[in-house]
Design a protein around this ligand. Sequence first.
Ligand SMILES: *Cc1c(COP(=O)(O)O)cnc(C)c1O
Length: 814
Amino acid sequence: MFKYSLQQIAQLTNSKVVCGDASINISNVCLDSRNYNLDSNTIFIAIVGKQHNGHNYIREMHCKGCRLFWIQEGQNVPELPNANVLQSKNVLEAYQNLISDFRNHFKNPIVGITGSNGKTVVKEWLYSILSMHTNAVRSPRSYNSQIGVPLSLQLLDNKYDIAIIEAGISEYGEMAKLEKMISPEIGVFTNIGDAHQENFSTIKDKVAEKIKLFKNSKQLIYCADYNEIHQQANQLVNIELFAWSTKNQGNVNVEISKSEKSTQIRIACKGEEIKINIPYVDSASIENAITVCIAAHLLNVPTEIISRINTVPPVEMRLELKQAKNNSTIINDSYNSDVQSLKIALEVLSKQSQQEKKTLILSDIQQNSADKKSMYIQVQEMIENSCVDRFVGVGGEVSTHLKNIAGAEFYENTQDLLTDKNFKYSNEVILLKGARSFLFEKIASSFEFQTHKTVLEINMQAMVNNLNYYKSKLKPETKITVMVKAFSYGSGSYEIAHLLEHHKVDYLAVAFIDEGIELRNAGVRLPIIVMNPERGIMEDLFAYDLEPEIHNFDVLQEFAYHCKNNKEKVFSAHIKFDTGMKRYGFSLQETNCVIAELQKIKNMKVASVFSHLVGADSTELDDFTQEQLDIFKSICNEFDSSFDYKIIKHILNSAGIERFSSYQFDMVRLGIGLYGISAVDQSKMQNISTLKTFVSSLRNVSKDKTVGYSRRGKLQRDSKIAVLPIGYADGLNRGLSRGTGSVVINGQKVPIVGNICMDATMVDVTNIDVAIGDEVIIFGEQLPISEMAELLNTIPYEIITSVSRRVKRVYVYE
Ligand SMILES: *Cc1c(COP(=O)(O)O)cnc(C)c1O
């Protein structure tokens, strides 16, 4: 078990206990303030990352009651009364060193997995197989980074016979650090591909970096058909290689024969034969299954258990958040059922701030455990120490073992819960955590809105990555306003705002007052700028603590009037200048007059002065942009010499941040970039939104017939036509009709036939394997928004903001 005193940690990691009691024991760590649940043995580790500084969360943690902190020399730390504080030169390194020590107390084998793809699937499948046979532990989800690996290793305990740890890197130098912590006896190198290539000059270099994980391993499994891996593996010393190949290139020969829906695999592994049959035909699944079988075989799992790989469920690593009835939200995590995954799911639950009340619906836990009783004692503690306000148990075991949880409600099975008329919920975030056999997806579909199955999926992690990319272009002290106007460019309201709040952006900006009020009502506390303060709303604006943009003398007059009538307070406003857009804003010539008017108002603060660029994304307009920047600079000078306090200046939008970062002044305004569109290099962006629907009906149409309104869907041949329940009323632009646009079904691009209707669209799926219910991608990673915009002769902004509000937004956490 992980347990160290502060004193021990200080010794092991060359750190100092700078205040408090050095004898206090630590048994848990917290790296994300949202996950913290008051626990006197949890230390908050303030890690300084490239884009993220844990020290910014120390005050919040102290308010929450945390009294144990691990901080870094030279960082700003607030006063921490009654705290126990450990200080290191580099906190992350010190934490990793501590984990290396901890790992050395684990006496059983560790399997270390790396590679470009398939790491998580191989880990999960191998874990499933091993769990049928022994007591295993694995990295949670895809915890494979410099922080994820130590968190995974903290789970080690000699009660486990084996541990499976995943390692992922994206830069030179990272693997040596992971190797030091994991030091796996058995290595698995899944494959090599293009992922994270941007930081490596060649594939060879990337293999060389990854293979460092196996520096001290005794056995290594890999596919010899990847020549680069094969060559470098053969240069390792003191290691037994299990090089599998379908082309006779290694020492483990594999034969594959595919049928329509399954694949037979025969593995000749050093004198023994393993035969399996898997319900997949794609090459990635086949490769993963082979790797898993060889690893299981090496770990002495009997062949008849290995052959049960065909029963192992597909790996679903994502947690989906969906809006449910009665103003509630559900998180459905029914993919695996064990104590560790419950813990992670509870962490996700604690990060949700859209509804205050948090509910857990938990089924019996189907984890191999010799001692059910102590497992459930652990679960009870976990629940009681978590954010859960309401607990509902489903199944015989939880009813017995968890009956002492205060206020708990119990059901014998899922059906009983669903048919209980007295089971009510409203204004809750509900976590569904059920073993597969409990079929919690039935609860999910009963709680969800079922009106319309077209969804816009928003990837929250991708959004954070995009934010960090733009931050990397800025000085650390430059503030960021994020534009969340137009329902965050179509992606959502408070869900996005809460995420941005956690990531410490400085301001949000909306176009109209109602957007601001919606955010305030959802508990968003960041300062919010309202860019279009229409007549007569000053009162409301300030009642909701919103800040107006002032862009002409009318608004200025209203603002002045409001200030005059409320002398006891001071009001902030943002002054906009027009430097070329000719839309809103005072002109350069008006500067002195504006300043004079502002100075007359005694109880106001000029929070910022700003302007907006017309063509920051376009090289042809660079001269004009430069003129705008110069004009803005002279306006700024006037303000600086007229006010005796610091006023924030800002002009750059997303494209500006990428192309004119030397004009970042004190703040920038990030818009489209957050949502995944770059003016400079699209490859730096991650796709955040995917518009999805499904095939709702299929029919054969002979070539003499036509499809849809006005007989515009002419056919070249007898065709198979799929109907999709999405139309222009959902935001699928009618300009994509008649073959202009396409959609992706089962990985294949198919054209739209005929005219797009209000609520339906027809596509040609002749010669394609499709079934009713199959997922259809309208735009997303495989069908970029920018391509759709080009087809429609418009800009990506219009595409993403046009998805109608009736399309449900689903927020996905990786
Ligand atoms: C919308 C908006 C932005 C953001 O522009 P992007 O091109 O999306 O980055 C910045 N400033 C103002 C005033 C805006 O209206």
